[in-house]
Ligand binder design. Structure first.
Ligand code: ADP
Ligand code: MG
Length: 447
């Protein structure tokens, strides 16, 4: 209900929503942002109404960066975001269906029929995960239970989970797919409605449960508890469980050992970023799906220049496609080079402020501590990581980075960069931290 907003405010809100959509998955958008409304916009503050406090807290804990960046892109930065809880519906009126439309897991918005085995290209990076998924689709509950697939964003976890789901549904199995955030949300809404029969029946009466992005369990201890019971209930009845996460189980923050050990009962498999050949093959596959006409040369060029993940390849192809259609131009190497140049500028448009912001937040240190001369490891490590990331993602010179880091010498920056690169290969904790920070920094559009 934002009827008292002016037309221009309404337009701004639409723009902000568009910007947010570019930064989160469609599922996440439906889950958390579709119920959000702009109610007031001043020069200092922006007030958003959330359907309940759980929703606003979740957004504050997980999506503030996306919101702040979206505000900035909509040219209304420097505002404090305030959440107002919708009191129009009293707690007792909270009905799961009304407030949590995303719980309707049969909704087509959830399932992408294109994410099937036919459209999934197998290469060395995902061969094991794919084989395990196939085995599970063949005989659920027997071979690998649970099947745990992990890998960083955009590498095909959701696609594989869908492929399993679609294949099993074809064969008449009762399979349920859902993003972990929806499970969390359902749990929280059930606390309010107290309809535990409904909750438990939903999960315990199925043959196969697929939960995507279980790293989100890190945020809620009570939900982990309930998940643990759900897991046990299904497992003891030999029902298949398939899980995905952006990191291996033991790296999910705050997760309890007993859950990790459950995950280890089955198979844990990783998807890696695609190598050159696989990238070319995936590009060719996507080209044929998009009915685009691109030569092998161009595909190779793209594979060489775009890939960090498959979602990015896809996004680039779609952009090239749009551009070529709009301008009625033939897609050749020079056109593609031109378009990619535009992107790579964007790609490196990560400011040092953002790096400092993410690093200080992650390590819980103050910017002034990074600037200081203190040599405690708890401070030198984030300081060096920030310098490394600045080298990697910004176009700033060594001197400039040194300047941002409390007036340090360029050799200090060089040394820090070198040291972190080396640590990355030696220390698993560091490499996983870097992966998380880089994911956070480069969170890309979802196409
Ligand atoms: P994740 O869940 O790991 O972040 P997704 O499953 O959403 O990644 O994949 C991102 C995009 O890349 C999707 O459009 C998906 O279809 C595509 N994709 C990923 N892996 C493959 C693959 N092996 N073959 C073809 N397309 C893929
Ligand atoms: Mg996914």
């Amino acid at each position: 209900m934002n009827h008292y907003l002016s037309i221009s405010e309404k337009k701004i809100w639409i723009l902000i929503q568009e910007k947010i959509k570019e930064k989160v998955t469609p599922q996440q958008f439906t889950t958390w942002f579709s119920g959000l409304n702009l109610i007031k916009l001043t020069t200092k503050e922006i007030h958003l109404r959330a359907p309940n406090s759980f929703c606003s807290e979740w957004i504050e804990n997980n999506y503030m960066d996306a919101i702040m960046l979206s505000l900035k892109e909509a040219s209304i930065s420097n505002r404090k975001v305030k959440f107002v809880i919708d009191n129009s519906s009293s707690e007792s009126e909270l009905s799961a269906q009304n407030n949590y439309p995303f719980l309707n897991t049969n909704s087509p918005a959830y399932i992408n029929k294109n994410y099937n085995y036919n459209n999934f290209l197998v290469g060395p990076c995902n061969r094991l995960a794919h084989a395990a998924a196939l085995a599970v689709s063949e005989s659920p509950g027997t071979t690998y239970n649970p099947l745990f697939i992990h890998g960083s964003v955009g590498l095909g976890k959701t696609h594989l989970l869908h492929a399993i789901l679609l294949r099993l549904q074809e064969k008449g199995h009762k399979a349920l797919y859902l993003p972990c955030e929806s499970f969390v949300n359902h749990y929280i809404s059930t606390i309010k409605t107290d309809d535990w029969d409904n909750f438990r029946n939903k999960y315990r009466q199925i043959d196969i449960l697929l939960i995507d992005d279980v790293h989100f369990l890190a945020n809620s201890q009570s939900t982990r508890e309930e998940f643990f019971h759900t897991f046990n209930a299904l497992y003891t009845r030999q029902k298949q469980i398939v899980l995905s996460s952006d990191c291996p189980p033991e790296e999910i923050p705050t997760i309890e050992e007993r859950l990790i050990s459950r995950f280890r009962w089955g198979l844990i498999t990783r998807i890696d970023p695609p190598g050159f050949e696989t990238s070319v093959a995936i590009i060719q596959k996507k080209i044929s799906l998009l009915k685009m006409d691109i030569s092998y040369d161009v595909a190779c060029y793209l594979a060489d220049n775009v890939v960090s993940n498959i979602r990015e390849i896809e996004g680039t192809l779609i952009n090239i496609h749009k551009y070529a259609t709009m301008n009625k131009s033939k897609i050749d190497l020079s056109l593609v080079k031109q378009i990619i140049k535009g992107f790579s500028k964007q790609k490196h448009n990560i400011g040092i402020e953002k790096i400092l912001n993410i690093v200080t937040k992650y390590y819980g240190v103050q910017l002034s501590q990074l600037h200081s001369k203190r040599k405690l490891r708890s401070i030198t490590l984030p300081r060096q990581i920030a310098m490394h990331l600045a080298r990697k993602f910004t176009n700033l010179s060594l001197e400039e980075i040194g300047g941002y880091m409390g007036g340090r010498d360029h050799t200090t920056v060089m040394h820090a960069d070198y040291k972190i690169k080396k640590l990355k290969t030696l220390d698993r904790n560091i490499s996983s931290t870097l992966r998380k920070l880089e994911n956070e920094l480069t969170k890309k559009n979802e196409y």
